[in-house]
Design a protein around this ligand. Sequence first.
Ligand SMILES: [Zn+2]
Length: 256
Amino acid sequence: MGTDAVVVAAAVLLGLCVGSFLNVCILRLPRDQSLLRPRSTCPNCKQPIAWRDNIPLFSWLWLRGKCRWCHTPISGQYPLIEALVGILFGVSVLVYGPTLRAVSAALLGSILLGIAITDARHYIIPDEFTWGGLVIGLLLAVGGGVHGFLMALLGAAVGFVLVWVVGMAGTWVFKEDAMGGGDVKMMAMVGSFVGWQGVLLTVFAGAALGSLIFIPLSIKKKRLVPFGVFLAVGAVVTFVFGDAIIAWYGHFLKGD
Ligand SMILES: [Zn+2]
């Protein structure tokens, strides 16, 4: 540890701003709206939200969760996501220090949070999260030299192909789309962050979690599976504990 308190505080503040941007993404991307225009307005009275009322977390607290003009309550989701991403950034720097790995943890976590929410709500995984995240993952991998970059590229390819094949097989067996194109692109993105072994672990963890939680639910009522939510949880587990789990499994296979 020993990371400066100032660095952690800066990371938290940056995370609050990223969380604020993530709120806009979660609201607008599933509706194919632009992230830049129009400016945010109150959904009730249509008053534009001034910058001083748009400061992450603090404005919501200051206005006690209500619009300044018409006093309509503003969803608690906004400050909640801002706070979550703020904590995510702070914890990333605390755990990994001021390193590229901390940047990866913070950005991957933010993207996965966005994917989990849009998939759970709309059964949509926006391309901006998947293709955009893939570009970020590959760029960060350049920090690991040529080898790091090639590993990220391999991870992305394995993620894409594996989930595409699983999806095709599922469609063939169940005669309906088991997994969407969003899941395929999502795992290409995840693969660029966690590598090809991490992809296998993520899909395994996601499938285990998904069947554990969803099969009991779907027996009662037939419903769509937001598989991206489970893959997102699997990806977090893999990013944090993947190296340890893969090392343990290697020893297990060798019998020592
Ligand atoms: Zn209003």
